[in-house]
Design a protein around this ligand. Structure first.
Ligand code: FES
Length: 145
């Protein structure tokens, strides 16, 4: 292999490698949802209500957790919080259309956390929410394992 050919094939390999690293980052941006990172304090997660000014659905990731919580502002002004942990084998779920999708075995859940396609059989873990002035408070009675 000549030097020129070696350099060309090396560059192609580098481009493919870089694409492999960048693709998950780009895919994360495609959904259009940023993740609000916070902590659980006294079994409570707090987030500003102003976050819902632009979108009725937000993602929250408590520190140390492997899963996000999807928080949705409903049309009646209440909030629903669902743990995005697949109830089949605990894979992290992604937002898909009006619900959530598991990329491991294909389970799907509607926006209320009910199973719409198996193999998962149980609905998603739902957390109670409260509004206190300009904050939404999510009550975490049981953390994901
Ligand atoms: S872990 Fe989600 S469908 Fe199996």
């Amino acid at each position: 292999m000549e030097r020129k050919e070696f350099i060309r094939s090396s560059c192609n390999a580098c481009l493919l490698l870089a694409a492999g690293y960048l693709l998950p980052t780009v895919a994360g941006c495609v959904s259009g949802y940023s993740v609000f990172k916070t902590s659980v304090v006294n079994n409570l997660v707090t987030m500003p209500i102003a976050m819902f000014d632009k979108s009725t659905l937000q993602l929250v990731r408590p520190k140390g957790w492997l899963y996000d919580i999807a928080v949705e502002k409903r049309t009646d002004g209440s909030f629903a919080a669902l743990l995005l942990q697949c109830t089949h084998q605990e894979n992290q779920l992604k937002i898909q259309g009006n619900g959530f999708h598991c990329s491991l075995h294909g389970s799907e859940f509607d926006k209320n956390g009910n199973v719409t396609k198996g193999p998962a059989e149980r609905p998603l873990q739902q957390y109670k929410t409260f509004v206190d002035k300009d904050q939404i408070i999510i009550q975490i009675l049981k953390s994901p394992q």
